[in-house]
Every structure is written in structure tokens, then in C-alpha cells.
Ligand binder design. Structure first.
Ligand code: PLP
Length: 291
């Protein structure tokens, strides 16, 4: 596997970073996960803008000019024989504060560390889409007010990792995190939607969640299908009484959810509007692919 590290492509064996990297020491960094369909990258510029926004929010200067990213992403795919008719690519960009003496002051680090990894994209098994998945509501909360904003896609992901541990312990697909007020936010790596009486609901960004790029597209597509949309503050009880539920993210697209905390959602099968939205997404995603 070829990996871009700072200023060149190196082999996996040579892709080593220092134990003094503040990304390693403190989780001081930001990242993006992006995918391709064949050679074309889904919502590339939106992902790159979000990367730069996340970096700005923590005062980190990304040392790669925005105009350079498309070439680097394509080179990462080409060098790893990805992004062709056989294999879609999963791309991960990480930018950390870089190497510096121990201590929290970002000024201890001279140059950010940049890594691009390109791997084959393995979407969840088809069976999961057919049957739907189960979730739990985690005890771990997403974030407290004035703590790290969930809108920053930061390499510090411990709350979500603790929630994922809860899902693994409960032997379910994933966990939903609540915010400090007990309102729904999102899954550990996805956004959550539910449907009640033909209306689509999703927690608003102010609840403290990552403004997912797939979420934005889904909301747009719901509009195209004339499904009324409500963004707001929702309790777990409202979700448990919903007719349908699903998760979205870049690599999964739309994943139906059929139970939460052991309680069935709707008829315990992927619901008709969830299927319709996913079908519309599949039929229209080529509109959002960049060369
Ligand atoms: N929420 C979190 C916490 C995530 O990590 C992700 C993606 O990894 C998402 C939501 C979905 O974002 P996107 O649709 O941009 O992939």
C-alpha cells in the first residue's frame, strides 16, 4: 500500500510517524473519510472544505493548498490500483498538529503531519441492508456544552469509541449518542433519521453532531421526493415510536434500522420510505461525483 506522508508517497513499511506527534500524544488533529465510486470521488470538494473548516476551528494550518488535493487523492487511488471498475476507494486524510515537545501548546509543533491513505472500500454486507440493523442508545454522551464541537471532525474520538464499545458489548451494529440534554445526536460514525407518519426527522446540527455530507444530500433528496423534513431536538422516545429509522454516512449510504434498545421500530423490517430514499440516492448519486 502506498501512503502519502507529508510531501511524498511512501510504502506502508516506510509510513512511520514520530512518537512526539501531537496527533498521537493528544489527539490534536483533524481528518476526513471520503469515498469514490469507480474513479470519481463523491462530494470531494465538500469533504475538503470540511477538512479545512475543522482545521481552522482548531487553529491548524493545512500545509496542502486546496488546489493540490484532487491530484493527490487521485494519485493515492492510482498507486493502490483503486478507483476503477472493480474497486471503489476509501480515502482517509489525517492532518495532525505535527511533531513537538511534550506539552499542549500548539506552538511546540513546527509543521503539521499530513497522511492520505487509500484502501478498497468495503461497504456493509447486502444482507444488512435487506434485514436492517439494531442499535442501542449509549450511556456515553456526545459532548458537553463548550467542549470540543462535534462539528469539528477531530482525531479525538473517544466519546464515540466508548459508545461503540457499548454497541459491541450489546452485540448490535452501532450505538446512538445523546447530548447533554438527553436529545438524540447521531451514531458513532453516522447521522440518524427517523420517519413518523410520512415525515422525515433528523436531529439539528445545534444538538451537537457532525453535519454529515450524506445527511445534507439525503435532506435534499427528501425534498425532491416531496417528503416533509423536520430538523430539531428529539428524544429517544420519539425515535422508539417511529415507523422507520436509518443511518447515513459516506461509505454506508443509507442503512435501515429495525430495532433500538431491543424495541422494534415499525414492523421490524426496513421501511418503504427508507427504501425509497436509498433507491433515489443510488439513482442520483452520480450527480454528486467529482472527476
Ligand atoms: N457523524 C459522525 C460522528 C461521523 O464520524 C460521520 C462520518 O464518518 C458522520 C456523522 C457521517 O458523515 P458523512 O456523511 O460526511 O460521511
Amino acid at each position: 500500500m502506498w501512503i502519502f506522508l507529508n510531501d511524498r508517497f511512501v510504502t506502508e513499511q516506510d509510513a512511520k510517524i514520530s512518537v512526539f506527534d501531537h496527533g498521537f500524544l493528544y489527539g490534536d488533529g483533524v481528518y476526513e473519510t471520503i469515498r469514490s465510486y469507480g474513479a470519481r470521488i463523491f462530494m470531494r470538494d465538500h469533504h475538503l472544505s470540511r477538512l479545512h473548516r475543522s482545521a481552522d476551528a482548531i487553529g491548524l494550518t493545512v500545509p496542502i493548498p486546496p488546489s493540490e488535493w484532487p491530484r493527490l487523492l487521485h494519485e493515492a487511488m492510482d498507486r493502490n490500483q483503486l478507483g476503477n471498475d472493480q474497486t471503489d476507494a476509501y480515502l482517509r486524510i489525517t492532518v495532525s498538529r505535527g511533531v513537538g515537545e511534550i506539552g499542549l501548546d500548539p506552538a511546540l509543533c513546527q509543521t503539521p503531519t499530513v497522511v492520505i491513505m487509500a484502501k478498497p472500500l468495503h461497504p456493509p454486507a447486502a444482507e444488512l441492508y435487506q434485514r436492517g440493523v439494531s442499535l442501542v442508545i449509549a450511556q456515553t454522551r456526545r459532548n458537553l456544552p463548550s467542549a470540543l464541537s462535534p462539528q469539528i471532525k477531530a482525531t479525538n474520538f473517544l466519546n464515540n469509541i466508548l459508545a461503540k464499545r457499548e454497541a459491541i458489548a450489546a452485540r448490535v451494529f452501532d450505538a446512538l449518542l445523546l447530548n447533554w440534554e438527553g436529545h438524540l445526536t447521531e451514531g458513532t460514525v453516522s447521522n440518524v433519521f427517523f420517519i413518523s407518519q410520512g415525515r422525515l426527522y433528523t436531529p439539528s446540527v445545534e444538538c451537537g453532531l457532525l453535519d454529515g455530507i450524506t445527511r445534507t444530500i439525503l435532506l435534499q433528496m427528501a425534498g425532491e421526493l416531496k417528503i416533509p423534513v423536520h430538523e430539531g431536538r428529539f428524544t429517544p422516545e420519539e425515535l422508539l415510536h417511529a415507523d422507520e429509522c436509518f443511518l447515513t454516512n459516506t461509505s454506508m449510504e443509507v442503512m435501515p434500522v429495525v430495532s433500538v434498545n431491543g424495541q422494534s421500530i415499525g414492523h421490524s423490517t426496513p421501511g418503504p420510505l427508507t427504501r425509497q430514499l436509498h433507491r433515489h440516492f443510488i439513482d442520483n448519486r452520480s450527480r454528486f461525483l467529482e472527476p
